[in-house]
Design a binder for this molecule. Structure first.
Ligand code: ADP
Length: 606
């Protein structure tokens, strides 16, 4: 039933019956008519109706014989048949059903009942065909998977054979004096396996829609240089000429995902080098009709026109001789094409067998200003020295604080709760400890009390979103040396570090590279919907203490990243929120989070 309108074959020796039925059914279905059994079989074979309404009493071949014949012919055996009969004989009816009829309709019939029964049978046919299609799709997918597994096991076996072979030769002392060579071969094969694994993971992430793109300000000439340095060795080894041409008016900085852009370019260039025996591989980068293009051309094997489109599907390769000679999994182009898509770009291909290929990645460049912190920084910035222990349960905050401290030259040990803090502080000496207050397992206050009780005197700084003066007094009273509130006042932070740690730093601006900050911030933003969900769940389950804890955590981390609005909303949720106002407050927070997610390409970096 591929056409929207199904067809029904009506078989009756009485013309009046045929006319009556076809008049009623014509509106919803296509009609084929037959006046006897032979005609019915012929038309069923030729026209493949979706359903047959079959009279039983007919001269010559009766309904039962017609049904037997139809069921015995493969082309018609699956077509459902409904008997229409004036006979009122339960045994005959049973016989008909046993022979394979789907249903029985008695004359004189009620046309609405007939229509309903026909509709039921047609629906069953539709569902059966959908299932058959699904089963065909599944078996095609399963074939592709088997082909892939066969390719993969070959791809994995080759480097593994080399790893095991070299390792055993080393064990047997067969490399006397040249062990390094064997170890190098093992390392190369190991790295190859890793690339393979990453490809497979990438593809499965892309196919599950889980591949995250991280847009950052990227210095384009630097990225191209990196790509060049990654592939030029393999071109040199094959004695190919390798050239990179950068066009005029190329923007210096664009917003894109540098890791993924590099991955596409390295993939395409590696293929160009792999499939070129002699001649030249060129990377041209430029702007044409406002589009940024990366053109990778080679003087290699070239690709047959007929096969060009399908090479972008996963697991497809040129032909089996190509596979045998060059290896590969057939994943590179598919991954590259899908990544290009994610970066709002596309890859096109022009190629001629025996002449060479040219793959072009084009994308709309998202221009950006030269990021302030990417500008050259003097390398001789003065640094502090010392060992810091940091306890913070929020991943993003922990990473951010760790990087802020590391950027000052400090050695940082970061843990996730008070208990880990205790264990670390008792096992090692630290110069300064920073701890969040609200943490799972053991909070910062408890950890501090225990530390002091066991005689650890290291100064401890309370890091918290609580700025109520009573709380602060209580922290100091409990034995904290300092209190630092989130968002962190960078100058106060720097002063505090200088006060407690040896070093010659006069002016610590606690900066970290802009793209790193952006990355941490975007990790925090990406995690917001899940955090919000957990808060909503706590509310739905009326678990107010959980809600309070989650809101507290959000408040602190949002403050650290300077998302003041979200931090304030989380604070309101955390404290004194009359319960009937919670739904509204949650809605407002959802709205704010959505806004932030929608704008996450333009996160404010100060
Ligand atoms: P792999 O290289 O791992 O087989 P790809 O998806 O990268 O997988 O490439 C698929 C196929 O496309 C290759 O097997 C090869 O036949 C063909 N191909 C890709 N790039 C080129 C090129 N520059 N020249 C000739 N053939 C190529």
């Amino acid at each position: 039933m591929t056409a929207a309108r199904p067809t029904v074959l009506l078989v009756d020796d009485e013309k009046a019956n045929l006319r009556l039925l076809s008049d009623f059914l014509r509106q919803d279905t296509g009609i084929i008519l037959a006046q006897n059994g032979n005609q019915a079989v012929e038309k069923a074979v030729a026209m493949q109706p979706d359903l047959i309404l079959l009279d039983i009493l007919m001269p010559g071949m009766d309904g039962f014989d017609t049904l037997r014949t139809l069921k015995s012919i493969p082309a018609t055996s699956d077509i459902p048949i409904i008997f229409i009969t004036g006979l009122d004989n339960p045994e005959k009816e049973q016989e008909g059903l046993r022979l394979g009829a789907q249903d029985y309709i008695h004359k004189p019939f009620n046309i609405d009942v007939v229509k309903a029964r026909i509709a039921t049978q047609l629906e069953i046919v539709r569902q059966r065909r959908a299932l058959q299609q699904l089963s065909r799709d599944l078996s095609r997918a399963s074939e592709a998977k088997s082909r892939f597994l066969a390719n993969m096991s070959h791809e994995i076996r080759t480097p593994l054979t080399s790893i095991i072979g070299y390792a055993e030769a080393l064990l047997a002392d067969e490399f006397k004096g040249e062990e390094k060579q064997a170890i190098k071969a093992i390392s190369i094969s190991g790295k190859h396996l890793l690339t393979l694994l990453n490809d497979v993971l990438d593809l499965s992430k892309i196919e599950a829609g889980k591949l995250e793109i991280e847009l950052l300000p990227v210095n384009l000439p630097e990225l191209i240089e990196e790509v060049r340095s990654l592939v030029e060795d393999s071109a040199r080894k094959k004695q190919l000429i390798f050239a990179v041409n950068i066009g005029e008016a190329l923007p210096r900085h664009i917003y894109t995902d540098p890791v993924r852009l590099k991955q596409i370019l390295v993939n395409l260039l590696s293929n160009a080098i792999k499939f070129t025996k002699q001649g030249k591989v060129t990377l041209d980068v430029g702007i044409e009709t406002e589009q940024l293009f990366f053109k990778i051309s080679d003087t290699g094997l070239g690709i047959d026109k007929k096969r060009q489109a399908e090479l972008f599907a996963p697991f497809t390769q040129g032909d089996s001789t190509v596979t045998r000679e060059f290896g590969g999994t057939g994943l590179g182009l598919s991954i590259s094409a899908q990544l290009a898509n994610k970066l709002s770009g596309q890859i096109s291909l022009e190629s001629e067998l025996g002449v060479g290929s040219c793959f072009t990645l084009t994308m709309q460049p998202k221009l950006c200003e030269v990021p302030r912190m990417e500008e050259e920084k003097p390398d001789n910035q003065s640094k502090l020295s010392g060992k810091i222990l940091l306890a913070e349960d929020s991943n993003e905050s922990r990473k951010l604080l760790t990087r802020m401290l590391q950027s000052q030259g400090l050695d940082v040990r970061a843990v996730e709760n008070g208990q880990q803090l205790m264990e670390a502080a008792m096992a090692e000496e630290f110069d300064l400890i920073f701890t969040d207050i609200n943490m799972p397992v053991m909070d910062g206050l408890q950890a501090l009390k225990l530390l002091r009780a066991v005689g650890v005197e290291t100064p401890v700084v309370a890091l918290t979103a609580n700025v109520m003066s009573d709380d602060i007094k209580m922290y100091m009273h409990a034995g904290f040396s300092e209190h630092l509130s989130k968002p962190i006042d960078r100058q106060k932070f720097a002063r505090l570090l200088q006060q407690h740690l040896p070093g010659i730093s006069e002016q610590n601006d606690l900066t970290m590279p802009n793209d790193e900050m952006r990355q941490l911030m975007s990790q925090f933003v990406n995690g917001l919907p899940a955090h919000l969900c957990a808060i909503k769940l706590a509310y739905q389950q009326n678990n107010l203490s959980q809600l309070e804890q989650l809101a507290h955590k959000l408040r602190g981390t949002a403050a650290l990243f300077q998302f003041k609005q979200i931090s304030e909303m989380a604070r309101q949720l955390e404290h004194h929120m009359p319960i009937e106002k919670l739904p509204l407050a949650l809605k407002a927070l959802s709205f704010e989070v959505e806004k932030l997610i929608a704008n996450k390409d333009n996160l404010p970096i100060d």
